[in-house]
Design a protein around this ligand. Structure first.
Ligand SMILES: NC(=O)c1ccc[n+]([C@@H]2O[C@H](COP(=O)([O-])OP(=O)(O)OC[C@H]3O[C@@H](n4cnc5c(N)ncnc54)[C@H](O)[C@@H]3O)[C@@H](O)[C@H]2O)c1
Length: 256
């Protein structure tokens, strides 16, 4: 149980934030039924991560990798955003509605923030619902909402190559445009909410420290303490699907 004064103090920050930022991880989707990375039900089924989530693994067997991604996509097709995703989308509408800025940086690839109505989203690790040309013939992303796909691997619609999932695999660089924008947003933020991330995977884990060093406030919302809990201005422990709606309710009371 989080003290009502703490909820009020964080809500006050949220109500007046001029440059709001949010960083989310797998935990924000846990209450939708999406397994977290390190959770005991695991993200990778019984499969070998190096065969499924590396370029080498994909090149060795694109059909197998696509079948696995389609299995993941099939699971996600059944899943809906939870009250935590919805509360963040509502906060964005409130912040941007009064002319302030808002950006949500996510490590998740599940597309649930978009489905909940969030608009300004920086997806650090890509999105399972998109694919791109393996050869990189163009910068286009192909939206692939259907699952299962009619064929594995799907052909590239723009050249004679095949499509690959639009996700960042182990050993790959993050999209430099997305990471640069995430650094900028973090450095400029006067408030960052850090929701459902174990704060262990860099560079995402470093973003809240950029905000702190630049003088912004950092609020962590996580089921359990993490390394960030020691330096965050507030560390709220519990389910994000319960805490975020509580905070939003208070923000609404404050702004009338
Ligand atoms: N939904 C997804 O798209 C998804 C799922 C699993 C993994 N991943 C990837 O795996 C990597 C793992 O890093 P990570 O930090 O995002 O995940 P992680 O699994 O390392 O950490 C999840 C964190 O969420 C917390 N948590 C769990 N349930 C919660 C809840 N209901 N409310 C609040 N907090 C909760 C846990 O205590 C933990 O600290 C990321 O790079 C991400 O791309 C994505």
């Amino acid at each position: 149980m989080i003290a009502p004064e703490t909820i009020m103090r964080v809500a006050e920050l949220m109500a007046k934030a001029e440059r709001a930022a949010v960083l989310t991880g797998a935990g924000v989707s846990a209450e939708s039924g999406v397994p977290t990375f390190r959770g005991k039900h695991g993200f990778w089924k019984d499969e070998d991560v190096m065969k499924l989530a590396t370029l080498q693994g994909f090149l060795a067997d694109p059909k197998k990798v696509w079948e696995w991604y389609d299995w993941r996509r099939g699971q996600l097709a059944e899943v809906e955003p939870n009250p935590g995703h919805h509360a963040l989308a509502q906060w964005e509408r409130m912040v941007t509605g009064r002319g302030a800025s808002y950006s949500l940086i996510t490590q998740n690839i599940d597309g649930l923030h978009e489905l909940a109505g969030s608009k300004t989203i920086l997806e650090l690790h890509g999105n399972l619902w998109y694919a791109r040309c393996l050869k990189g013939c163009c910068a286009e992303l192909k939206h692939i909402p259907d699952t299962p796909l009619p064929e594995y691997p799907p052909p590239c619609p723009w050249c004679d190559s095949i499509l690959r999932p639009h996700v960042v695999w182990f050993g790959e660089q993050l999209d430099p445009t997305v990471i640069e924008e995430s650094f900028n947003v973090s450095g400029a933020a006067d408030l960052m909410l850090v929701v459902g991330t174990s704060a262990q995977v860099y560079p995402a884990a470093g973003l809240p420290y950029i905000t702190s060093r630049a003088g912004g406030k950092v609020v962590e919302i996580n089921l359990e303490p993490t390394e960030l809990s020691y330096t965050a201005d507030f560390a709220l422990h519990g389910k994000s699907g319960e805490i975020l709606p509580q905070l939003l309710e208070k923000v609404r009371e404050l702004v009338g």
